[in-house]
Design a protein around this ligand. Structure first.
Ligand code: ZN
Length: 271
């Protein structure tokens, strides 16, 4: 795909970067990303991916814009309260960058549709707000070999990690090791009501921008193959202390999904 003069101007600050350049920008324009959730994390992820010229962005969310969303979900606007979030996000992206096609998926990701949907995209960004969907996305991405950049936020705290169980990293000499999946970190969803949601416990609006922007940056890096992947590294942000920590996460040989004797081989009957 040849980049037009207008695109050279629009993406000039990307094209200047040796890690992106014209080749990387052309790659972004041909790329597709599925963003799960058009809310707190989804908003900055979608906006930065759209601004970056990611050619196709799928947004899946069955929710509508609520007045209480607007404190942090900056892709939506006051006059769109009551509108489907995917439609509101589509309108914002259309106003920002005509190079981007939005697939507005106005329903929930389920065990029945996850594989069919996720397989159509190059990479997945998870910004969903519940554990069942989080595990479903992780399991699907592992089973079909898709890279997943996963963000989570609550109160003043955020986390970010990339899951890439289909990739291998060199350990020096001829040794190779794999990367963990979400179940290596958290084997199963917590009991209902044990972990509060943002709706119950609150969340700092700007925290969504911090973690969501990092998530968008990691997605772009994965798409163009720049820098170090966050695969196997959990980035933890403590917003009250303004402190970032990075924790190495190893694959769990006993993991039910990606371990040596995995028992989860398909998506039926788990969610
Ligand atoms: Zn695992």
């Amino acid at each position: 795909m040849a980049i037009t003069d207008q695109q050279v101007e629009r993406y000039a600050r990307h094209i200047l970067l040796p890690e992106i350049g014209g080749t990387g920008q052309a790659k972004l324009l041909k790329s597709s990303v599925l963003v799960v959730g058009g809310g707190g994390l989804g908003a900055p992820v979608i906006q930065y991916l759209a601004a970056a010229g990611v050619g196709t962005i799928g947004i899946i969310d069955d929710d509508e814009v609520d007045l209480s969303n607007l404190q942090r979900q900056v892709i939506h606007t006051t006059d769109r309260v009551g509108m489907k979030k995917v439609e509101s996000a589509r309108q914002s992206v259309a106003a920002l960058n005509p190079d981007v096609t939005v697939n507005a998926l106005d329903y929930r990701l389920t065990a029945d549709n996850a594989q069919e949907i996720i397989t159509q995209y190059d990479i997945v960004a998870d910004g969903c707000d519940n554990f069942a969907t989080r595990f479903l996305i992780n399991d699907t991405c592992h089973l079909i070999g898709k890279t997943l950049v996963s963000g989570a936020i609550l109160r003043f705290d955020g986390q970010l990690i990339t899951f890439k169980t289909h990739a291998r990293k060199s350990q020096g000499k001829d040794e190779e090791t794999g990367y963990p999946c979400y179940r290596c970190l958290y084997p199963a969803p917590p009991p209902p009501d044990m972990v509060p949601t943002c709706a119950e416990a609150g969340v700092l609006g700007a925290l969504c921008g911090i973690i969501g922007s990092l998530q968008a940056a990691e997605v772009v890096k994965e798409l163009i193959g720049a820098g170090d992947s966050l695969a196997g590294s959990l980035l933890i942000f403590d917003g009250l202390r303004s402190d970032f920590r990075k924790v190495r996460i190893k694959p769990d040989p006993a993991c039910r999904l990606c371990g040596e004797e995995a028992t989860i081989n398909d998506l039926s009957g788990i969610y």
